[in-house]
Design a protein around this ligand. Structure first.
Ligand SMILES: *Cc1c(COP(=O)(O)O)cnc(C)c1O
Length: 396
């Protein structure tokens, strides 16, 4: 039955590094929120490529935009302009609401945060404040901002002058911030850390502390962006304007694309020669991102993300074995009563549901914003069944 996935596992072990472990499945195709593996098994995809496939797999608008773009112009380098990058930059600038916003395109979240880190050096200061549990990427620079020791330890020493404060703790921020700090970097919700939500008012209070110390506030919207939490970036409910916004994951509608947006007038801008990326803002990725934004806007998917998220929260909070469901919109962390999230991921997969466990007692879901009501119902049913099975095994 599992022969084909199994065969792929042997090939993987024979030719790929083990940094991801060996995946259980080899996927062949997808449509919306459904994917099929090499053995023909069907799965409901509630991970969504880790919050990347915002409008699902093979969305007709994305397929058509990408096909058209690659048949016209695939890549030109940044020595030349092209319409998809111009248009996408204008739209992102519009989302920030600031006329001073200027975009730099790259290919990934780590690169977006690298760009922010470099930009912050142009203030003449070099101290950074980040938070415990934060995830900002895997390159040496981005890893230096990442507050997770398991990911850092084998690669020490990293950049000095990065201080990690407890996430959500405004008193700690008050104590640590001063006029020598270049930048504070924060996720509106800590995604990789298990969908950890800070207290309401935290971002606003940090914004005020940054203002009074002349410190740049960088919002890492790599995971919360592209409408996932019910707004375009994930910080809007706090009524703040960040100095820098970084994006990636969903930005390319399933293709690799990142962006670093210098928002406010007091934020430095790169001058010619100071930064770059060969593939950054590639026409095909930008065309895919534009198509995804068009779908999200026309289908009111921001509102829908909130509505479906609220339904999942309310229905799953009442389930035996679930402690709490936290997060916003369609970035949710389901906190379990016991340390069996990894077993639950395996069980759910056997039941035809793809989930992810960023923490031993937290399941993260980040489905496409196009998820249907029926698929939401199927998810709830399969989640409950899988959890009941795991609890049976676990509690004896
Ligand atoms: C995933 C993620 C990153 C890193 O993005 P990559 O594209 O994997 O480099 C950075 N910040 C946050 C908040 C993320 O969720």
């Amino acid at each position: 039955m599992k022969k084909s996935n199994k065969g792929a596992q042997d090939r993987w072990k024979g030719s790929l590094q083990d940094n991801y472990g060996t995946p259980a499945l080899k996927l062949e195709r997808g449509k919306g929120s459904i994917v099929w593996d090499s053995d023909g098994n069907r799965y409901l995809d509630f991970l969504g490529g880790i919050a990347t496939t915002v409008v699902g797999h093979a969305h007709p608008s994305v397929v058509s935009a990408v096909s058209h773009q690659i048949s016209e112009l695939s890549h030109v380098s940044n020595f030349y302009m092209h319409e998809p990058a111009l248009k996408l930059a204008e739209i992102l600038k519009g989302f920030t609401g600031e006329d001073s916003a200027r975009i730099f395109f790259c290919n990934s979240g780590a690169e977006a945060n690298e760009a922010a880190l470099k930009l912050s050096r142009l203030t003449g200061r070099n101290r950074i404040i980040s938070t415990e549990g934060a995830f900002h990427g895997r390159t040496i620079g981005a890893l230096s901002l990442t507050g997770q020791s398991a990911k850092r330890t084998p690669f020490l020493p990293l950049l000095k002058n990065v201080k990690f404060l407890p996430y959500g703790d405004i008193t700690a921020m008050e104590r640590a911030i001063n006029r020598k700090v270049a930048m504070v970097i924060l996720e509106p919700i800590q995604g990789e850390n298990g969908v950890v939500v800070p207290p309401l008012g935290y971002l606003k209070a940090v914004r005020e502390l940054c203002d009074s110390n002349g410190v740049l506030l960088c919002i890492d919207a790599v995971q919360t962006g592209m409408g996932r939490t019910g707004s375009w970036f994930g910080y809007e409910h706090e009524g703040i304007t960040p100095d820098i916004i970084t994006m990636a994951k969903g930005l390319g509608g399933g293709l690799p694309l990142g962006a670093m947006i210098a928002v406010t007038p007091q934020t430095p801008r790169f001058s010619p020669g100071q930064h770059g990326s060969t593939f950054g803002g590639n026409p095909v990725s930008c065309a895919a991102g534009l198509a995804a934004i068009d779908v999200i806007t026309k289908k009111n998917l921001l509102e829908r993300a909130q509505k479906i998220g609220a339904r999942i929260k309310s229905e799953l909070s009442r389930v035996e074995g679930v402690e709490i469901v936290r997060g916003e919109g369609l970035l949710l962390g389901i906190v379990l009563h016991g340390d069996y999230s990894a077993q639950l991921v395996d069980r759910a997969r056997e039941n035809g549901l793809l989930l992810n466990a960023p923490h031993k007692r937290v399941i993260r879901i980040a489905p496409a914003l196009t998820i249907t009501d029926a698929q939401t119902g199927e998810f709830i049913k399969k989640f409950k069944l899988s959890l009941a099975q795991v609890r049976m095994e676990h509690l004896g």
